[in-house]
Design a protein around this ligand. Structure first.
Ligand code: FAD
Length: 379
């Protein structure tokens, strides 16, 4: 067992850290205010192949593994998790096509998604469901060589940015089983009436999506004719990978909270000495560092297994559960260490505190992660 990162992985980590510090950080105030992911930033991330790391070279991917992906994801999220979320959801879309698409679909759509020329979304959630796949209502009706899609999706990340959306629908012709369909976001009848007003993750664009008689070619059925009715399998497989991305985001946010706390505890003076001399603060820092380290190792373990093409359903549920809780504890301790200042917009722990909560909710609430993790032993 070798825990040492390769020279290439170290280089990638340094490149991603430098990029995040120099190119993402200056844009944070504008992203927090406008609640948009800047096009210019997407262009720069495309140049560095941040959307392409784990994809095959034949589709213009870098051909690296999920380990490299989580290393980049941690560094980006250490500076601004919204951008980690934006990349992660693009991967839900590209990953769906890479894992389940036909050869023609891969050739047609993957290079654009991987190169960042089209931005991907993954649309499952509806007003009546986020956790129950059986309850979705969006319908896809086959009419000759086309699908006609009607319904509403809510909380869809990147849905306002041009590209493709992989959409989960009830396939009426086969008794309402779930089928996934690749829908260009410029299709007639596709609209995103308004951005969702969130408490955090402001640089990640999230909107509700309305689908009114959206007509797309039948050949856009993910996986072709054989893919019909496989929506649940696609959902669970791709969300497992998505949760790996979220876990890496948690490590990045927790690492940032730890670094900010160490800095602050050295500078803040109470009773004539820096607060890091108090044992209470040392206990916080000790626990925080243990949480960050453990979460990172779990993320690397699950990324390694995914790169070995193993089923990560259970590992990714455990990793997401632990990493999001570890992040919550760490960021909460960071705010405690910062005292009243941590509660103000002057210090970045206030933003991280708002951003980190989402990790316990999206792509499956933690209650469900516990059930998935336990189900490995209860089958
Ligand atoms: C910022 C943001 C971005 C998002 N991006 C996307 C996206 O790109 N695509 C997409 O499809 N969705 C997206 N979502 C939606 C998100 O994935 C869902 O909101 C999430 O899965 C939870 O679903 P829900 O809100 O319907 O919660 P519910 O299912 O209503 O659950 C509410 C609570 O009930 C309990 N509960 C529910 N079911 C169970 C169960 N089976 N066992 C035990 N307890 C349970 C839990 O305590 C849970 O917290 C996003 C959401 C947000 C906030």
């Amino acid at each position: 067992m070798d825990f040492k990162l390769t020279d290439e992985q170290v280089m990638l980590k340094e490149t991603a850290r430098k990029f995040a510090e120099t190119e993402i950080k200056p844009l944070i105030p504008a992203m927090e205010e406008k609640k948009r992911t800047p096009k210019e930033l997407i262009r720069k991330m495309k140049e560095l192949c941040f959307y392409a790391i784990q994809y095959p070279e034949q589709y213009q991917g870098v051909g690296s593994t999920y380990l490299e992906y989580v290393i980049m994801m941690e560094e980006v999220s250490r500076v601004y998790c919204s951008i980690g979320g934006h990349i992660s959801v693009n991967n839900l879309c590209a990953g769906t096509i890479n894992d389940f698409g036909t050869d023609e679909q891969k050739k047609k759509h993957l290079p654009d998604l991987i190169m960042g020329d089209a931005i991907g979304s993954f649309a499952f959630t509806e007003p009546s469901t986020g956790s129950d796949p059986g309850a979705i209502r969006t319908t896809a009706v086959r009419q000759g060589d086309y699908w006609v899609i009607n319904g509403e999706k809510i909380f869809i990340t990147n849905s306002t940015i041009p590209g493709y959306i992989v959409l989960f629908c009830k396939d009426v012709e086969i008794g309402g089983k779930i089928t996934n369909i690749i829908v260009p976001k410029n299709s007639t009848g596709y609209s995103t009436p308004k951005l969702v007003e969130k408490m955090g993750m402001n640089g990640m664009e999230v909107a509700d999506v309305v689908l009114e008689d959206v007509k797309v070619p039948f050949e856009n059925t993910t996986g072709g004719e054989k893919g019909r009715g496989r929506g649940y399998e696609i959902l669970t497989t791709e969300i497992s990978v998505g949760k790996l991305g979220i876990s890496a985001q948690c490590v990045g946010m927790a690492q940032a909270a730890l670094e900010e706390s160490i800095k602050y505890a050295k500078e803040r003076v109470q009773r004539g000495k820096p607060i890091n001399s108090f044992q209470t603060i040392q206990w916080h820092l000790g626990e925080m560092s243990a949480d960050v380290q453990a979460a990172r190792l779990m993320v690397y373990w699950t990324a390694f297994n995914r790169s070995q093409k193993k089923n990560i359903l259970f590992d990714s549920a455990r990793t997401r559960l632990f990493a999001s809780q570890a992040c919550h504890r760490t960021v909460s301790s960071a705010m405690q260490i910062h005292g009243a200042f941590g509660y103000t917009k002057e210090f970045i722990v206030e933003r991280i505190f708002r951003d980190m909560k989402l990790a316990e909710i999206y792509e499956g609430v933690n209650e469900i992660q516990r059930v998935i993790a336990a189900s490995e032993f209860l089958r």
